[in-house]
Design a protein around this ligand. Structure first.
Ligand code: DOR
Ligand code: ZN
Length: 347
């Protein structure tokens, strides 16, 4: 039985760091574990230009712990009015590593998102040409569609038409939650990958209601059925290069989570690699862990793997910690599912 594992330092291919005090408070958790991360652009004022991205990148570097080499990889927030020309220019100076599609109204700070996919076809055309990946929040916002079906319906209404029209466009189907999503990625022969989060490896929709309604288990896309979780787990441990880790760590202060209209998002950075390792261990797939956390994503985004390693060890007793961090006068609670955590990063 494996009780210790050393892997190439992982990367996080989907991360929300926020800004200001929150950024300073949450960054150390990610910087301790990950070599690089794709930084989501959904700030209160979204990152839509190369200049904004560069300013934001500098703010991240400014609060990065001294000993850390963590590298933020910036992304562009796609709006109805994003200009294809500007993206060309931005790409030339490597300002962006991906462009993020938030359907307008789909999630946190998505009001400036895309209202109709056809409006951004000229931008997708340019991205296809230059090889800039489209990172996708894959949910429709149609209020008539059941919340638990929004990923599946997105495939049919948005993703498939885009794939047909732009077959060479590189797409990252972010935070896969459903069997439909997994099956769709598996059916594609090229230019289509997906990120998987620690929480979607662990949660089902039951967790939202266990012991009373629990906003700390609430994120978007929302966790789904046991069958869906099974499909997501199977994809993660399959060794198929199209599936890799993106934590979607998304901090919100307790006051935004513990209220009616609770914010969507799970702050999982501190426990992310431990829980992922634990799931791989449970599924007897520790030999597939390094590919999922540290190799496939780097390959997709055109990077070499990190030059250092991390070591994780399975503890005798469940890991204990203060399951929250302070952010100014607020606290942010750390992802703590029902399952006790035994795997911890020790080096
Ligand atoms: O749960 C989520 N939280 N899903 C998202 O897509 C965005 C994120 C956030 O920014 O809080
Ligand atoms: Zn996200």
């Amino acid at each position: 039985m494996n009780t210790e594992i050393t892997i190439i330092r992982p990367d996080d291919w989907h991360l929300h760091l926020r800004d200001g005090e929150m950024l300073a408070a949450v960054l150390p958790s990610s910087a301790k574990i990950y070599g690089r991360a794709i930084i989501m652009p959904n700030l209160v004022t979204p990152i839509t230009t190369a200049e904004q991205a560069e300013e934001y990148r500098k703010r991240i570097i400014a609060v990065r712990p001294e000993e850390s080499h963590f590298e933020p990889l910036m992304t562009c927030y796609l709006t109805d009015s994003t200009s294809a020309d500007e993206l060309h220019t931005a790409f030339a100076v490597q300002a962006f590593h991906a462009v993020k599609l938030f359907p307008a109204g789909a999630t946190t700070n998505s009001d400036n998102g895309v209202t109709d996919i056809k409006k951004v076809y000229p931008v997708l055309e340019a991205m296809q040409e230059i090889g800039l990946p489209l990172s996708v929040h894959g949910e429709v916002v149609d209020p008539e569609v059941d919340v638990f079906d929004r990923e599946a319906v997105f495939i049919e209404r948005v993703l498939e038409p885009v794939r047909k029209r732009f077959p060479e466009l590189k797409i990252v189907f972010e935070h896969l939650t459903s069997k439909d999503g997994v099956d769709y990625v598996l059916e594609q022969d090229k230019n289509m990958v997906a990120t998987i989060t620690p929480h979607h490896l662990l949660l089902t929709r039951n967790d939202l209601f266990k012991g009373g309604m629990n906003p700390y288990m609430y994120c978007l896309p929302v966790a789904k059925t046991f069958e869906d979780r099974e499909a997501v787990r199977k994809a993660a441990v399959s060794g198929d290069e199209r599936f890799f880790l993106g934590t979607d760590s998304a901090p919100h202060p307790a006051r935004a989570k513990e209220k009616a209209g609770a914010a969507a998002g799970i702050f999982n950075a501190p426990t992310s690699i431990g829980y992922v390792t634990q799931v791989f261990d449970e599924l007897n797939a520790l030999d597939k862990l390094e590919g999922f956390t540290s190799i496939y994503g780097a390959r997709f985004y055109g990077f070499s793997t990190n030059g250092s390693t991390i070591t994780l060890a399975k503890q005798e007793e469940a890991v204990e910690m203060d399951w929250q961090i302070k952010v100014g006068a607020d606290i942010v609670k750390i992802f703590k599912p029902d399952t006790p955590l035994f795997w911890d990063m020790v080096d």
